[in-house]
Design a protein around this ligand. Structure first.
Ligand code: KG4
Length: 344
């Protein structure tokens, strides 16, 4: 099943062509450098940039796939969650193409895209359900039970910042630029994890099954202020200490949830921008070993951050289970969609 997929949920203009779970092209035009001076995503700028770039990105995705639009079976598009005015650009373009070329249009949940990104080929796991799923991105931190593909139950989610957002804010405090998650990881490699003690959020209260980063962020702010002026060595140490505590909290909550599930789980699907982090991957694999769970990551880091190939993969699974809206005009943006919002 050949799918032209589009994602404009935040600050990446993305288009891809997929064939079942195989990627034929995956084009991402990132606006991050344009938003950097605002320290976060500026919605009106994101919308304008999507409008300027979308045709170029789609044409490039089609050309790189070596197929023509006419030979696509379907068009797929992210309809939420995300920035409403940014989502609107991709949806309008997807509708235009679907109508012009007489293709069905599949509405996809951006979080489901992140969750299923680990199923893109060459990963070909023999899946067993129920499984667990973790999305760690700039806008979301959520742990779900996957009853089967398309049926998700939220087990734990953030009550304030997302993990990626917290890493970005810590990086900003350290003057490392935006988005800072990947830079923080790089800098943290040379840091000494024993230098500073930051509080692990809700330590001992993991039964609350929440992720929370605002207290850690405030503690980091106070620590950074007290350590000024910052030297390179202090920045490296602060980076590794913050990152370790942020990940430790995530792992503790997941461990609690696994311990308290009376289910046999064989797989943990992991997706989202922060899943590119090697330290996090190491900790998740260790957790996997503890419980005999196989941890599935996207096979390339280009599938971790926002991209459209994951939307194509999710759309493929949706069509297999016939979850498709026949009336294109009914498809609209759902900016606050949750992982268990099932678009038909
Ligand atoms: O999935 P994504 O591209 O956007 C959302 O859907 O939110 O995730 C972006 C987030 C940012 O917070 C970014 O700093 C973080 O992912 N990120 C990382 C790494 N690469 C990207 N965080 C930690 N380590 C990385 N290597």
């Amino acid at each position: 099943m050949r799918i032209l997929a589009i994602d404009t949920s935040c600050d990446e203009t993305a288009a891809a062509v997929t064939e079942d779970t195989k990627l034929l092209s995956n084009i991402i035009w990132s606006q991050a450098s344009l938003h950097a001076k605002f320290g976060g995503v500026m919605p009106s700028l994101a919308q304008r940039m999507h409008e300027e770039r979308i045709d170029w990105v789609i044409n490039k995705a089609i050309q790189s796939s070596k197929f023509k639009v006419q030979s696509m079976d379907l068009v797929a598009v992210t309809i939420g969650p995300g920035l409403a005015i940014a989502l609107g650009v991709g949806i309008a373009k997807a509708k235009e193409l679907a109508k012009k070329y007489h293709k069905s249009l599949i509405a996809v949940n951006h979080l489901e895209g992140h969750l299923l990104s680990c199923l893109a080929q060459p990963n070909t796991e023999n899946l067993k359900f129920p499984a667990l799923g973790l999305v760690v991105s700039g806008g979301n931190t959520v742990l779900v039970k996957i009853n089967k593909i398309g049926s998700y139950e939220t087990l734990a989610q953030t009550v304030d910042d997302a993990l990626g957002e917290a890493l970005d804010k810590a990086a900003r405090m350290l003057g490392l630029g935006y988005p800072g998650g990947a830079i923080l990881e790089e800098i943290a490699r040379d840091g000494d994890p024993e230098t500073y003690k930051l509080p692990i959020p809700i330590a001992g209260q993991e039964q609350r099954k929440i992720f929370t980063y605002s207290g850690l962020k405030s503690a980091m702010y106070r620590l950074v202020e007290s350590e000024k002026p910052l030297t390179k060595e202090k920045i490296q140490n602060l980076a590794v200490c913050f990152q370790n505590v942020a990940f430790e909290h995530l792992i503790r909550v997941i461990r609690f949830v696994i311990n308290n599930q009376s289910l046999t789980i064989n797989h943990l699907f992991v997706g989202g921008g922060v899943s590119a982090n090697n330290e996090l991957r190491k900790r998740l694999r260790k957790l996997g070993k503890e419980f005999g769970i196989k941890i599935l990551f996207p096979y390339t880091k280009k599938l971790c951050g926002d991209n459209a190939a994951m939307i194509g993969v999710a759309a493929y699974f949706k069509t297999l289970s016939q979850q498709c809206e026949k009336n294109i005009d009914k498809i609209d943006r759902v900016p606050r969609a949750k992982i268990d919002t099932n678009f038909v």
